[in-house]
Design a protein around this ligand. Sequence first.
Ligand SMILES: [Zn+2]
Length: 203
Amino acid sequence: LLSPKLRRITQLLARLPGVGEKTAQRYLLFLLTAEPALATELADEFAHLHERVRPCVLCGNLAEVDAPHAPATCGVCLDNKRDPRLLCVVARVHDLVAIERASTMRGRYFVLGKLLSPLEGVGPEELPIPRLLRRIEEDGVTEVIVATPPSVDGEATALLLKRELAPKGVVMTRIASGVPHGGDLEFADPITMGRALAGRQKL
Ligand SMILES: [Zn+2]
């Protein structure tokens, strides 16, 4: 039914998480019948997304930048009401967002970017451990909350962190379960996430 050009647009939209072929078509038809300014603004924002939003140089969270080559520092790292001695280590930005939604974390974050995964061939050397150790030293971190997901890879990563950070003399805690095993922190509701943080235990 759709021309090749419109089919191409639906295929692109359908690559977004949670968007199937049908929803993609609905979005496209909506954009075609709505104010043209909507499509133009969306297109402009998406075209510059990667220039305007980059990983924070300190923690890996997403940070907005004013100039294309300016160093990116995120709002959490810039927030001086946060306790610099408390550092929460997460696998992905999604997890940071989930914890922030629960808003009981008064420290800062460190995003690993990936988890240790022997099965998928991700070894310890691929994790940014040296950068994490530097951050701990520079900020005088006294407690590291390991908030990797409760999956096989998440637990393996927690153990690796314990081994690597133990000589630094920091207290290491692990978020309590309540987040379903094998589950994503992203899908935990704020109350469960808040309890998991509050009930963290010595690692
Ligand atoms: Zn940051």
